[in-house]
Design a protein around this ligand. Sequence first.
Ligand SMILES: Cc1cc2nc3c(=O)[nH]c(=O)nc-3n(C[C@H](O)[C@H](O)[C@H](O)COP(=O)(O)O)c2cc1C
Length: 168
Amino acid sequence: MKKLVAYYSRAGQNHTPNGLQVLEKGNTEVVAEMIAKHIDCDVFKIDLITPYSDDYKECVGQAIADWKGGVRPAIHEFKFDIKDYDVVYLGYPNYCGTMPMPVWTFLESQDLEGMHIRPFCTHEGSGLANSIEDLNKLCPNSIIEEPFDVKGSETNNAENKVVEWLNK
Ligand SMILES: Cc1cc2nc3c(=O)[nH]c(=O)nc-3n(C[C@H](O)[C@H](O)[C@H](O)COP(=O)(O)O)c2cc1C
């Protein structure tokens, strides 16, 4: 079983239990690294050509505009061949109750037919929200497995839960 971890995550200003702080590494990236530590996989970070702002408020404005407008923002080229994989661990933060639009760009640019998708999501309270429903719509011919979600501010302590999920 060849595995890929593909995720979107944003460093910069974000909410933490201590208020707005600048994070060196995004929460979803922390989880992606935990996954990559425990399984044999390739890793691809879904990166916007024009990144959302480091400023939290500005980022929210940009992300909402893309979501409301149904925009598929341009992302950097996928450097692997998706056909090589059996399982994709798909990571994203909850943005506006679903996946960030760059993840939609990624999913629509790849043929994931027949592939197993294991979604993992970080959020600030709304959990997976509509993301699994949207994922099913975007990838109707994939096998969407049980997702994992964790509050962004709790990711650093989530390794045991991540491993538990990986072993399911
Ligand atoms: C543009 C934007 C929209 C967000 N929308 C939601 C939301 O609807 N529900 C929620 O629980 N958290 C929301 N959040 C919080 C993020 O999901 C959470 O901070 C996540 O851990 C960020 O992941 P990252 O650090 O990997 O980018 C939002 C954050 C941003 C920046």
